[in-house]
Structures are given as structure tokens and as C-alpha cells.
Write a protein that binds this ligand. Structure first.
Ligand code: GDP
Length: 443
């Protein structure tokens, strides 16, 4: 019986051109991809249903909701909490209590995490913001990176542990999916502390550098500052998150990606309150005697581009890169350090033809080996048998010789006796004769 895909080959079964072109897949042929695997392309003759997969995925995602963990690193006062509240359009941080002048200053960088459940048009998001109060605030900021890196690694470790448990159904992903690194708007270049921290972080997290409070710099100063920062990052080989490019991306999407990347490091302005512009518009921004700096205006700052990268366009990619590259690298380095090595052959791509050929050769070799072993055993058994036969032949000869000798001896004895008897008989007959004549030879 022909399978449905085979029957679709016959011209009589092919769909007319006018039918839904989106469900026709190329022509029927066998392609060979890079790995040598054969890909058979078939024409679908009717609706199958897998084009609904994105809808299924969408439904499941809406049901499960999303989570996103972002860390903000930068000196205090650079506007970290303001930016987070601006990004997610709500006051995330609790109101800060005024510090008294005598209040004791903490001696190390603290790690604080705040979570909130957000909902936008039915889509649920559990947002966790991890703040690093105290970072860069000390006279000696050596090792300021340590608690931050430790926190990121602890989150990887917790995930690794959860993955290794028998029940992995409800693993909570607390790994950091992005770090927004706040650069002080000095207008000079990166500070040694910035370089040190970013060097320690870039292989463990998706790093997104931003120029904080960019409203205090002029447009020209921002352009020059960005160029110097980019040169510094290049020089120190610090990797930043790169927006992925897909074949299906339209020209517009590609253009948007290029526009986003060209703005890194994003010059941002944060503001949670609304102000009225001179032309009467109510906007999120910062009001100055000379005018209003609008947060959501591309001509005023790069806030919208940052939001596109972090939330609107690439949140899932940030999570995916964290899981598939950053965590994977950490995980394998950790397991290797523990002495657990990976059998690479398990992961190599398998070509069924090559695999079959390998198995056939293996089977052949096994047969030859078995044949050789059987021949050896046979020869050994024959040699043993021959040896045993030879031995019993020798024994037979020896017994035969023994018997012959004993018979010869018996014959000789008998002949001797016979001779003796015969000689005795002669003597007796002579004596009898003499007795009959009346005399005896005996004395
Ligand atoms: P954090 O300590 O880094 O979390 O900084 P905050 O968000 O608490 O902000 C410290 C101060 O800077 C506050 O008075 C904010 O209003 C102000 N601020 C925040 N963002 C900006 C900005 O983009 N531009 C300017 N000029 N001030 C800002």
C-alpha cells in the first residue's frame, strides 16, 4: 500500500495551482544538506495542520506567562531604579527612606531582588529586577565585581541543581537574562572600574551598556562619548548582546535591528512622571527651565531603542542566548572541572547510510573473528584426537607385544616340557624292557 507521501508523487494527485499556495512545499526531490543527510521534499496535497504550530505556541505561552530577570549595575544615583520604573511603566521600587547623615554605610556591594507580576493585553510577565546597591560607592572599589559575579553564578548553580533533580517539571528560571550596565555621563571614556566589571561579566550575561542621565550631555558630546566607549569595549574584547538575524526577517526588521545596534551604548533618560511640553502635549519626561526632555522621543534619547532590545523585540532571544550559550558554557566548564567529561560521539550527526555501512563492516569483522576462533578450536580438537588415537595405538602395540612375548614364552615352556616328557618316556621304556628280561639297572 502506498503511503500518503508516496501517493502525492503521482501527477493525478497534485493540487491545482489555484489551491492555497502556502501549504505547497517546493518540488519533490531529494536534497543533500551540508551534513550529508538526505532531505526529501514533498508537495502537500491538502491541509495538514502544522501551520497552526505558532498559534498553539502562542496559546500555551499566554497560559504559562513569561518571566524575565534583569540586573542593573552602576553607581548609586545614576538612575537605575528610575529607568526600571520607566521601562516597565510602574513604580517597582518601594519608596526609599531618607538616610540620616550618621547612618552606617554598608561596606560591600549588596544584592537586592524585587519581583512584580505584570500584565499587558492578557500577557503575563513575572519581572525580577536585581539591583546592586553600593556598587562603585567605596573609596576602594577593588573586587566590587565579585558579589555580582557570585550572584550570577549562584543562579546558574541553582538551575543546574534543579535540572539534575528527579522531578524537573516546575523548574523556576532565576538566571539573569540581561545586565544593564550604567555608565556615568562623564563624557570622557570608560573608567577602569567599568572595564574591570564588564570584563568579568560579559561571558556570563547578556551585557547591555547604557549612558545614564544622558540629558546632561549635548548631542555632540554623546556622539563622541559613544565612539570612545565603543573603542574601549573593542580594545578590551568585551562582548555585548547581539541581536540575532533570521532568514525570515523582512527588510524593515533588518533595518530596525541595524538601527538598534547602532545606538549601543544607549544614551538614556529616565522619568516616571508626566510633564506638559510647550506645545501642550503630556509626555513622560524631565522638565527644565529651557524645555522638556522626552523619554519616549527618539530625537531626545535612545530609551525606545533600549526598550525594543530589552523588552519589545528581543526579550525571548535574551533568554534563549542565556540558556543555550551562556549557561551551557558555564555548565560544561563546571562539569568538566568536576571531572565529568562528555562523550562527543553521542552528539555527532548520524548519516543512516554511513551508519548502516559501519554496522555491516562491524558485523563482517565479528563473523570473521568467530570463524577464525571456530577453526582454531576445530584444529585443536583434531590434534587432541590424533594424539589420543596415537597413544591408544601405542598402547595396543605394547599389549600385543607383551601378549606375543608371553605366548612365545608359554610355547617355549611347553616345548621344553614336551621334550622333557618325551625323553622321560624313552627312559621308561628301556627300564621296562630290562625288567621283563629279569634284571634291573637300578642298584
Ligand atoms: P539609583 O540610585 O541608581 O537607583 O538612582 P535613582 O533612580 O534613585 O535616581 C537618582 C536621582 O537621579 C533621582 O533624583 C532621579 O530623579 C534622577 N534621575 C534618574 N534618571 C535620570 C535621568 O535620566 N536624568 C537626570 N537628569 N536625572 C535622573
Amino acid at each position: 500500500m502506498a503511503t500518503p507521501s508516496e501517493s502525492s508523487d503521482s501527477p493525478s494527485n497534485q493540487m491545482p495551482e489555484s489551491r492555497d499556495a502556502s501549504i505547497l512545499i517546493d518540488t519533490v526531490d531529494v536534497l543533500q544538506n551540508g551534513s550529508g543527510t538526505n532531505v526529501v521534499r514533498r508537495k502537500l496535497t491538502g491541509f495538514v495542520g502544522f501551520s497552526n504550530l505558532p498559534i498553539q505556541w502562542h496559546r500555551k505561552s499566554i497560559q504559562n506567562g513569561f518571566n524575565f530577570n534583569v540586573m542593573v549595575v552602576g553607581e548609586s544615583g545614576l538612575g537605575k531604579s528610575t529607568l526600571v520604573s520607566t521601562l516597565f511603566n510602574m513604580p517597582l521600587y518601594p519608596p526609599r527612606s531618607e538616610k540620616r547623615p550618621s547612618a552606617e554605610i554598608p561596606k560591600t556591594v549588596a544584592i537586592q531582588s524585587i519581583s512584580a507580576d505584570l500584565e499587558e493585553r492578557g500577557v503575563k510577565l513575572r519581572l525580577t529586577v536585581v539591583d546592586t546597591p553600593g556598587f562603585g560607592d567605596f573609596v576602594n572599589n577593588e573586587d566590587a565585581w565579585r558579589p555580582i559575579v557570585e550572584n550570577i553564578e549562584q543562579r546558574f548553580d541553582a538551575f543546574l541543581e534543579a535540572e539534575n533533580k528527579a522531578n524537573r517539571a516546575n523548574i523556576v528560571d532565576n538566571r539573569i537574562h540581561a545586565v544593564i550596565y550604567f555608565i556615568a555621563p562623564t563624557g570622557h571614556s570608560l573608567k577602569p572600574l567599568d572595564i574591570e566589571v564588564m570584563t568579568k561579566l560579559h561571558n556570563k550575561v547578556n551585557l547591555i551598556p547604557v549612558i545614564a542621565k544622558s540629558d546632561i550631555l549635548t548631542d555632540e558630546e554623546i556622539v563622541a562619548f559613544k565612539a570612545r566607549i565603543r573603542a574601549d569595549l573593542d580594545y578590551h574584547k568585551i562582548n555585548l548582546f547581539e541581536t540575532p538575524r533570521y532568514e525570515v526577517d523582512s527588510d524593515d526588521t533588518m533595518e530596525e535591528k541595524t538601527a538598534i545596534v547602532s545606538k549601543i551604548p544607549f544614551a538614556i533618560v529616565g522619568a516616571t512622571s508626566e510633564v506638559t511640553t510647550s506645545d501642550g502635549r503630556v509626555v513622560r519626561g524631565r522638565k527644565y527651565p529651557w524645555g522638556v526632555v522626552e523619554v519616549d522621543n527618539e530625537d531626545h534619547c535612545d530609551f525606545l531603542k533600549l526598550r525594543a532590545m530589552l523588552v519589545k523585540n528581543y526579550m525571548e532571544e535574551l533568554k534563549e542566548y542565556t540558556n543555550e550559550v551562556l549557561y551551557e558554557n558555564y555548565r560544561s566548564a563546571k562539569l568538566m572541572a568536576m571531572g565529568v567529561s562528555q562523550d562527543q560521539s553521542v552528539f555527532k550527526e548520524v548519516n543512516p547510510v554511513v551508519k548502516q555501512e559501519e554496522e555491516r563492516a562491524l558485523h563482517q569483522a565479528k563473523l570473521l573473528k568467530m570463524e577464525a576462533e571456530m577453526r582454531m578450536v576445530f584444529q585443536q580438537k583434531v590434534a587432541e584426537k590424533e594424539q589420543r588415537l596415537k597413544q591408544s595405538e601405542d598402547e595396543l602395540f605394547a599389549r600385543h607385544r607383551e601378549m606375543k612375548e608371553s605366548l612365545d614364552k608359554q610355547r617355549r615352556d611347553l616345548e621344553a616340557k614336551k621334550a622333557q616328557i618325551e625323553s622321560g618316556r624313552i627312559y621308561m621304556s628301556t627300564e621296562e624292557k630290562s625288567r621283563k628280561k629279569g634284571f634291573s639297572l637300578r642298584s
